[in-house]
Design a protein around this ligand. Structure first.
Ligand SMILES: *[C@@H]1O[C@H](CO)[C@@H](O)[C@H](O)[C@H]1NC(C)=O
Ligand SMILES: *[C@@H]1O[C@H](CO)[C@@H](O)[C@H](O)[C@H]1NC(C)=O
Ligand SMILES: *[C@@H]1O[C@H](CO)[C@@H](O)[C@H](O)[C@H]1NC(C)=O
Length: 313
């Protein structure tokens, strides 16, 4: 008993230095799912109109199962609609702590009591969410953002966002779909951009309709915080352009993605040269178009560590 009591005292006196695990994921809203000009051609082809509502519900159920399995502490979502939240299971281990339009921040329910505040930040040029919702947890602010594809100067966007976020005071981490090759824009002074350095689909987290993959998804954070182990999962990935499938009224004759004939598997090839038999390439793990498809963005996870001197200020 004595040993147990002294452990409890130690726990109370020592600030938690444990990192929080976090992920950002654009879960793809149903409005974008079947847009023939730029949406996911496999989804369009595999799920004809009478079945679309049930295909969407199954896709969202797989996304929730994936989120539950991630076990992370904080989840930043984009394109999360009311219909998506309607699929959350009653026994879910997550609670929606903050939201604005289609952007939301989920916190693992076991940590909900540690959330010390929620807020919305007026970040520039967002899409699908009027403001960037956020929570204060573990000495830092965690926000979700979805940047408009039309923004021309991402370095200027990061600069303007930083000026707004600095009003919050203290460490900040924004998980987002930046809709641009985020890692290519320079971060403002005192800030960092953390995107996965390597992914199984051309080091990107999403595919542009013109076939290139870019690191659209990741974390924008204050330099005094450490965001490590940034990794992307290919599970459920739905490319926008797929060899032999229609997109914008044309059949794609060249794409870095192809599906197996039975639609159980997705493949990626760096040079889009599939050879005469139209096969080869590397299997995209967990992304079979028929039964595994989830989103046109990869889920990106990271460990966030807030330095103690910052967290105590
Ligand atoms: C598909 O997306 C384009 C570009 O955003 C938009 O102009 C068009 O209205 C959409 N079509 C449908 C059917 O939603
Ligand atoms: C992905 O990144 C790794 C490590 O930086 C690099 O070696 C590799 O060539 C990249 N692959 C592609 C397809 O760009
Ligand atoms: C985006 O970045 C990736 C590397 O992360 C690069 O291979 C690709 O060409 C870039 N795309 C554009 C359009 O800049």
């Amino acid at each position: 008993m004595v040993a147990r009591r002294s452990l409890a005292v130690l726990f109370l006196l020592t600030p938690s230095a444990a990192p929080l695990t976090s992920l950002t994921w654009n879960v793809m809203c149903p409005d974008d799912e079947y847009n023939g000009s730029w949406g996911c051609p496999l989804q369009i082809s595999l799920c004809p109109p009478p079945s679309r509502a049930s295909c969407t519900a199954s896709r969202q159920d797989r996304e929730w199962a994936r989120l539950e399995r991630s076990g992370v502490d904080v989840v930043m979502l984009q394109e999360a609609t009311g219909g998506f939240f309607a699929r959350q299971a009653p026994g879910s281990s997550y609670s929606l702590a903050a939201s604005s339009g289609q952007c939301g921040v989920l916190v693992r329910s076991a940590l909900a009591g540690s959330v010390t505040g929620t807020f919305n930040a007026a970040l520039p040029s967002l899409t699908g969410c009027p403001l960037a919702p956020g929570v204060s947890l573990g000495g830092a602010s965690f926000l979700s953002a979805h940047v408009e594809a039309g923004v021309e100067d991402m370095a200027a966007w990061f600069e303007a966002a930083a000026a707004e976020l600095e009003k919050l005071g203290g460490p900040v981490v924004v998980g987002g779909d930046f809709n641009h090759n985020a890692s290519e824009a320079g971060a403002p002074v005192g800030w960092r951009i953390a995107a996965p350095g390597r992914t199984a689909v051309g080091n990107g987290t999403s595919q542009h309709q013109d076939d290139w993959t870019g690191a659209f998804d990741g974390f924008f954070h204050t330099a005094g915080i450490s965001v490590e182990g940034v990794e992307a999962s290919t599970e459920g990935f739905m490319p926008k352009s797929v060899l032999g499938f229609g997109q914008g009224g044309e059949v794609r004759e060249r794409s870095r993605f192809r599906a197996s004939a039975d639609m159980s598997a997705l493949y990626w090839s760096e040079d889009a040269d599939w050879g005469e038999d139209g096969d080869g390439g590397a299997l995209v793990e967990g992304a079979g178009p028929d039964a595994e498809a989830m989103s046109d963005h990869l889920m990106v996870v990271a460990r966030v560590e807030v330095e103690e001197e910052l967290s105590s200020s």
